[in-house]
Design a protein around this ligand. Sequence first.
Ligand code: BYC
Ligand code: FE
Ligand code: FE
Length: 471
Amino acid sequence: MSQFDLQSKIPNNVNLAADRRLQRALEQWQPRYLEWWNEMGPEGFQAKDVYLRTAIGVSGDDWAQFDYVKMPDYRWGIFLADQVPDRRVPFGDHLGNPVWQEVPGEYRNVLRRIIVTQGDTEPASVEQQRRLGQTAPSLYDLRNLFQVNVEEGRHLWAMVYLLHSHFGAEGRDEAEELLARRSGDSDKPRILDAFNQTCDDWLSFFCFTMFADRDGKFQLASLAQSAFDPLSRTCRFMLTEEAHHMFVGDTGLERILRRSAQLTRLDPNGDARAQGGIDLQTVQKFINYWFSYCLDLFGSEVSSNAADFFGAGLKGRFDEERRFDEHTALNQIKTLVMPKNGQLVNEDIDLRNAMNEVLREDYIEDCRNAIRRWSKVVQNEGVDFVVTLPSGRFHRHQGIYGGVQFNPAGELITADEFEAQRTTWLPTEADRAYLRSIMRPVTEHGKIANWIAPPKKGINNNEFEFEYVKL
Ligand code: BYC
Ligand code: FE
Ligand code: FE
């Protein structure tokens, strides 16, 4: 078991005190991180006491403690899951060899890129969500937003630790750049498209934590398989925190859908907007939008990068060790549906080259489970509406379907046909303006905005009425 040092400047379980140079470098990065947090973190509420969980361990039920904390005082730390004794490379060309504690020279550049790409998403999400505190539907939701935000900040620390400890001067430069890029900025945007999209209303926030944080689950799980053991261990612990982020998104959307169904029933014309709520079709449009942007995060369906990552043992499949018997993925094929000359044709691809698609399919299946549950919630409220997940081809900007138009059922259509339907399939400026108009902050204990149902229970065995944020 690793030793926990929770008292020093940077809480950690990596024995930072024993490596003075690394400690000093990270302690120099720390004030710049705090500057970034103050400038780009949550707008307002920074001086308020928020009921937050903080990591104090990496395993068991008591890995976190709950207490009132002012966000800038949050104890952002470096925590790796415990080392697995005699761990072996679980897949790829180095299958069965001991895992690496240091970065092999030949993989230095690709590993750095993987870590930087992952690291970049963490502060990006905080930037995207920074204004949401102003319109939270309840203190419970406000607290959950801030919980997600501080933990995404910690995920940045997790990646910066790897950059500082294993990539020398280049790693330190990358760590600076992670604080310099800005979500949505035209000069210095974040690396991936989904993390440059506006997330200024709570329907978007719940879609984001449902679909983008769930992408995080799959990306982190595939990196948790990595032969580079420090990356594996840090991702394993990040997954522990990730569960709550997805819970916020999944239950947030479920609560909106329940309330939307109730208001649809209540209104004589079945118009939830007339009752100050969100109509089900609008929820569907936001699901379509965020789901499709998150599918792009998995990369090209056919990708030699993905094949190289797998062969090198850097990035595995989801739950590689448990779910597969064969771990080289050699001499196997995957059939993909390809758009060719205005038609869809099946094409066999070498499995390693299709690894992005393999991971994406597992992700889609995970999303589908939630969608089925939500439809039941709506129907149990007596409204005949089925929430659907659009086809993985719909509204894509990357990969083989990028730049080709499909309807939500996944059928090829022309660009004109797509444009004619755009406003029925995807959020419009008017939809966004409507959401802004109904999203007024609710800050009384136990009260909740009209457009969302209360949660079934509160946080850490507290009531929904608990004072989650002291205003
Ligand atoms: N946006 O051939 P391709 C999380 C670029 S969520 C912009 O497909 P490959 C979190 C690509 O960079 C987890 N650009 O290559 C959640 C490349 O450009 P260059 C976050 C894109 O290697 C919530 C070119 O297109 N991480 O942690 O197969 C809150 C060709 O790409 C995009 C990930 O999801 C895009 N979507 O795929 C907080 C990343 N897609 O280099 C945190 C996982 C492609 O030719 N995926 N491009 O100029 C990867 O890291 C993949 O390697 C890439 C590329 C998607 C980056
Ligand atoms: Fe994260
Ligand atoms: Fe997350």
